[in-house]
Design a protein around this ligand. Sequence first.
Ligand code: ADP
Ligand code: 5GP
Length: 199
Amino acid sequence: MQGKLIIFSAPSGSGKTTIVKHLLANNPNLGFSISACTRDKRGRAEENGKDYYFLTPTEFKHKIDAHEFVEWEEVYPGAYYGTLKSEIERVWEQGKHVIFDVDVRGGLSIKEHYGDRALAIFVKVPSEGELAQRLRGRGTETEDSLSRRLFKVKFEMSFQDEFDVVLVNDDLETALAKAQKLADNFLQNSTIPAKATVI
Ligand code: ADP
Ligand code: 5GP
């Protein structure tokens, strides 16, 4: 089997993690690419080596210098995130396809690198007001980190047309069903919709 890649990208609070976790729970043929990052762990809600590899900036820099990343970005000032080459290999060696939750620029870098082996999905919330509300409702951010995330939304939205699919996450159940269908069509038939198809 040739391993494939399914990428989910979007501004923070759009529902990527929710959708990715749902797909992982329902598709044993998918494996998560655990990213490296330098932000703090969210208490007990996150686990090192499961949600992320939480690294110090120095450890992260060593991995950049050793060319261990497929891509990495300073997603927020001073907060580095990156996809390790070893993660993609680890998941493929398990005979699974890789699923990613990465920022918009990281997602497009992976898509560019892997071409038709990768399906790149941009998750979109109907309005910025709704996005801010969901992010607040998640209860994980300080006012400071919240405003850093909201500050980037317009910039991140400007990349949506470069993705294969724009998946609107309004009603959650509907969005999860659409994500499952996209994954099925891609994994079974290698179907990639025409660029920037909105569903
Ligand atoms: P991201 O990973 O893109 O930052 P999350 O998956 O953490 O986003 O979702 C942000 C918050 O919004 C979470 O609290 C999640 O439960 C909630 N959420 C996700 N999708 C919906 C939806 N369709 N309707 C309402 N709330 C949602
Ligand atoms: P969070 O701090 O909310 O977990 O993630 C913040 C942002 O970093 C999200 O947009 C998330 O998708 C992104 N991100 C997570 N891992 C990676 C990665 O490996 N590379 C890139 N470029 N972004 C990532």
